[in-house]
Ligand binder design. Structure first.
Ligand SMILES: C[S@@+](CC[C@H](N)C(=O)[O-])C[C@H]1O[C@@H](n2cnc3c(N)ncnc32)[C@H](O)[C@@H]1O
Length: 182
């Protein structure tokens, strides 16, 4: 099922090669499976994104979280994406809407990005990938920053809330975390 979704998306984006197989030298931490827009909206609502805050989507795919953060929550947004074609697609989506002043893309490995300016971090990776990322979240995020993860928990962290959203014929989980005082 997941493989079919990946192959279809690869074809849509103009290549017969599955996206998950394409990368530069960094390791892919998750295949491209976009979050349904309903889930994206609930993630940003659950994180209580406020006007002017900065949202980082780590593994931003086609940029839908960034676009929603800018359009509906009047936030600034930064996406990090390993896959060059997805990064280009996300940049294109931002440009098409004239959001260049409020949203940007870093093409590269999400494990190597300074997150110190993030108020909110959104994730749709895998549990093991979240475990690899966790030291950086602990290193960079300020007290009060929120992390929301679609479907996959951050092991060793206690969520302040777990929400469930019905979309695309299944229930999606949203784990909401808040960084406490250090
Ligand atoms: C499940 S998709 C989520 C896309 C988007 N965040 C959403 O919720 O719709 C995971 C994304 O992470 C990207 N990714 C995987 N490993 C990465 C890495 N090491 N650095 C940056 N992006 C990565 C994939 O290319 C893919 O686009």
């Amino acid at each position: 099922m997941l493989q079919v979704a990946i192959s279809v998306l690869s074809l849509v984006l103009g290549s017969g090669v599955p996206l998950a197989a394409q990368s530069n030298h960094a390791k892919s931490l998750a295949p491209f499976v976009p979050s349904p827009i309903t889930v994206v909206e609930r993630m940003l609502e659950a994180a209580q994104v406020k006007q002017g805050e900065t949202v980082y989507d780590l593994g931003c795919g086609d940029g839908r979280v960034l676009i929603t953060a800018v359009e509906k929550f009047h936030a600034k947004a930064v996406g990090v994406e390993l896959n060059q074609r997805l990064a280009d697609a996300a940049r294109g989506a931002i440009k098409q809407r004239g959001y260049e002043n409020r949203a940007s893309i870093i093409q590269g490995n999400l494990l190597e990005v300074d997150l110190s300016s993030a108020d909110v971090v959104t994730l749709y990776l895998l549990t093991e990938s979240n475990s690899q990322l966790r030291p950086n979240l602990e290193k960079y995020l300020r007290p009060g920053a929120r992390v929301v993860s679609h479907d996959f928990e951050i092991r060793g962290w206690k969520p302040v809330r777990v929400e469930e959203v019905q979309a695309h014929r299944r229930m999606h989980k949203i784990y909401v975390y808040e960084v406490g005082k250090k």
